[in-house]
Design a protein around this ligand. Structure first.
Ligand SMILES: *Cc1c(COP(=O)(O)O)cnc(C)c1O
Length: 421
């Protein structure tokens, strides 16, 4: 996706004079248009909600933009719940899909009226103990195991994944919660990550709808909302295709008419908790070429590293990379574009045909708007990049400053040792 970068070369040079590299940039207008497209595709359902997965881009400015477009938030921890609240996303607009959750986090979510999505049946007793009683609304995460064929590169096969409850456990769980006075029920599943096959999501919806009907029949429980999770991929490579959300929505709508409507469960709230396809293509990591070396391969050393963007090093993920001002130059050099970490996997691009890169060139790493800055870390004493937001009026605001050495040392307890003072 090299064509959607919103700034000209001159504008980018000017911007990096004010905000030095490495730095993230997000395009608010593009994010707004994108979420409108997403919501429009699913507007063929009587009730639809996108809970934006906060972990993908945990910045309250971005969350505020999405809240303004009618999104909720999907959270996996107390700080994410707090960030959502800060951005004005409240109550049932927040889905708390967490793992191995401490009691205090359930207590906070319950106080805020957020939807609690339980990852396991044993969490019913845990929640009861934490809250004193069960909340009025409960959602369960379903792991279809071998029922969901194929699996997916990042999450793997459902039967090997740590998430969710089995089919039989769920039947028991809904019956029990109903007997204990829970009034409203949801069903959640997420069995893919960065999946580009639209039929994958249709198949998942079929599995989930069938279970909704079975729960109705066996437990006398009418599930009121289903959450089909995240996992909608984006075309990181130029030869990949965007997931056609109109197609996905229409196919799921046909299943809804076939299964949900005759069961008297209409209107059933359909929701997703996507992160990647919402902000991913509209965020970029800007870094600068500061070294070159010529050994067995040609290397370009940048002023960033995988502490700013972990995906290539961690998953071997591909991110399009362009050299600002050389967009139309022939790609007649082959480089490994690397970061400064003492790990050989710290490469933003491997054996990549690119235009000739000169020291000082600005490199734009594309599709970094989700699971980019968010996955950052401090190994090797690296300070994580800041974040900038390009507003619809073309002004730029800093929405997170770059980390400082003081930030890095803030957790060290130096006071006890005289020689450190
Ligand atoms: C990671 C995650 C998401 C978001 O996934 P994306 O690939 O960013 O859309 C949603 N829900 C859960 C439970 C997740 O773990």
């Amino acid at each position: 996706m090299s064509s959607n970068f919103p700034l000209s070369h001159d504008e980018l040079v000017k911007l990096t004079e004010k905000y030095p590299t490495p730095v993230y940039l997000y395009d608010e207008q593009a994010i707004r248009e994108n979420i409108r497209y997403f919501k429009k595709a699913f507007s063929i359902f009587p009730k639809f909600r996108e809970f934006f997965a906060v972990k993908a881009c945990p910045n309250p400015y971005i969350l505020k933009v999405l809240a303004d477009e009618g999104c909720g938030a999907d959270c996996s921890s107390l700080p994410e719940l707090m960030l959502s609240k800060l951005a004005g996303i409240a109550g049932e607009m927040v889905m708390f899909t967490s793992n191995e959750t401490p009691a205090e986090e359930y207590q906070y979510a319950a106080r805020e009226g957020n939807i609690i999505n339980l990852d396991d049946v044993t969490h019913i007793d845990f929640l009861k103990k934490a809250l004193g009683k069960l909340p009025e609304t409960i959602c369960f995460r379903y792991n279809p195991g071998p029922l969901k064929k194929g699996g997916n590169a990042i999450i793997g096969k459902p039967e090997e994944a740590k998430y969710g409850c089995t089919h039989d456990q769920l039947i028991e769980a809904y019956a029990r919660c109903k007997a204990e006075g829970v009034k409203h029920f949801g069903l959640h599943t997420m069995v893919a990550s960065n999946e580009l096959n639209p039929d994958f999501f249709v198949d998942t919806a079929r599995l989930v709808f069938d279970l909704v009907l079975e729960v109705q029949e066996k437990c006398g429980v009418n599930i009121e909302f289903v959450d089909l999770g995240g996992g909608v991929g984006i075309p990181y490579r130029e030869d990949q295709k965007k997931v056609d959300l109109d197609y996905v929505a229409q196919k799921i709508r046909a299943l809804y008419d076939e299964k949900i409507v005759p069961a008297g469960l209409d209107p059933l709230l359909i929701s997703f908790e996507c992160g990647r396809p919402i902000t991913g293509p509209y965020g970029w990591l800007i870094t600068k070429a500061i070294h070159e070396k010529h050994i067995y391969r040609e290397y370009i050393g940048t002023d960033s590293c995988m502490a700013d963007l972990m995906r290539p090093g961690m998953y071997g993920a591909y991110h399009e990379l362009t050299v600002s001002g050389k967009e139309n130059a022939p790609r007649d050099h082959v480089y490994d574009v690397v970061g400064s970490l003492c790990e050989n996997c710290d490469k933003f691009a491997v054996q990549r045909p690119l235009p000739k890169i000169d020291i000082g060139d600005l490199l734009i790493i594309h599709d970094a708007g989700a699971h980019g800055r968010a996955m950052g870390f401090n190994y090797n004493g690296k300070l994580r990049a800041g974040e900038l937001l390009l507003r619809p009026d073309n002004s730029v605001v800093q929405i997170r400053r770059r980390e400082t050495i003081d930030d890095l040392f803030a957790t060290l307890d130096l006071n006890g040792v005289e020689s450190f003072k």
